[in-house]
Design a protein around this ligand. Structure first.
Ligand SMILES: NC(=O)c1ccc[n+]([C@@H]2O[C@H](COP(=O)([O-])OP(=O)(O)OC[C@H]3O[C@@H](n4cnc5c(N)ncnc54)[C@H](O)[C@@H]3O)[C@@H](O)[C@H]2O)c1
Length: 255
């Protein structure tokens, strides 16, 4: 296959749905062989089928990004299947609803909700980077993109756990970029605003007009609009980009 990722291999977490699925499909279209990871191998298999039926090459992996043994095994299976790991998109995550009751301010939030969110949305990214970098070191480097959020740059009431996790992802990204700049490993993050995916579905059914009033473009982004940037950041075209937060939000952060 030709394309800006021709000859590369990629590992994508949260690849069964939304932004992860769109990115895995686009990476394959741009020539990468893709390991699609999600909570279960079965859920990742639907994305793999999309890729393979379009003439691409992909494998499905199952595991929980919050568990180090799962992450280590998924990265090892990617390397075993493809012989290399060039690009990683650490994107798996949950919204507030995935961590417990929503609408809680900081003093009302349970420790369980907070810990669940941090385990998946922050520790998950740390564990993925740890094992990906462990392989990339000494194998010619690589490119990592982490999914942060606009919530990694600003506060959002009733979301202190999500905001803390996403600010943490921005910090991990900057730190790893500095640590491995001399090793040929670039580390960046993407900071989407509101995007139409299963994660935002329920909220948008209730609050679309209220939330879109805060977005200068007055619309949701699409998963493909995020994937375009991630694929580019993973490619050699982004060779001088590291430690960056790439905002894609219809103007929300600028307003
Ligand atoms: N949709 C938005 O508006 C938006 C905005 C900013 C950031 N994000 C971030 O984008 C990323 C992708 O979200 P999305 O909108 O595509 O949501 P989504 O719910 O469509 O996809 C998330 C995927 O991550 C997987 N996942 C969740 N927890 C996991 C775990 N512990 N181990 C393995 N896989 C797990 C889910 O099974 C799902 O397939 C998330 O990190 C989210 O925080 C989304």
């Amino acid at each position: 296959m030709t394309g800006i990722l021709a000859g590369k291999t990629a590992f994508v977490t949260g690849g069964a749905s939304g932004i992860g699925r769109a990115t895995a499909v686009m990476m394959a279209r741009e020539g990468a062989r893709v390991a699609v990871a999600d909570r279960t191998e079965d859920s990742a298999a639907a994305t793999v089928a999309l890729i393979n039926s379009a003439g691409g090459q992909a494998i499905a992996l199952g595991g929980d990004v919050a568990i180090e043994a799962d992450v280590a095994a998924m990265v090892a299976r990617t390397v075993a299947a493809f012989g290399a790991l060039d690009c990683a998109f650490n994107n798996a995550g949950i919204g507030g609803r995935g961590a417990g009751p929503v609408g809680r301010r900081t003093h009302e939030m349970s420790q369980d909700s907070f810990d669940t969110m941090i385990a998946i949305n922050l520790r998950g990214v740390f564990l993925c980077m740890k094992h990906e970098i462990g392989h990339m070191l000494g194998h010619g480097g690589g490119a990592i993109v982490n999914t942060a959020s606009i919530a990694g740059l600003i506060g959002l009431p009733a979301s202190s756990h999500y905001v803390a996790a996403k600010h943490g992802v921005v910090g991990l990204t900057k730190t790893a970029a500095m640590e491995y700049a001399q090793d040929g490993i670039r580390v960046n993050c993407v900071n989407p605003g509101y995007v139409a995916t299963p994660m935002t579905d329920e909220t948008m059914q209730r609050r679309y007009d209220e939330l879109m009033a805060k977005v200068p473009m007055h619309r949701l982004g699409t998963a493909d609009e995020i994937a375009e940037a991630v694929v580019w950041m993973c490619s050699d075209k982004a060779s001088f980009m590291t430690g960056a937060s790439h905002i894609i939000d219809g103007g929300y952060y600028a307003a």
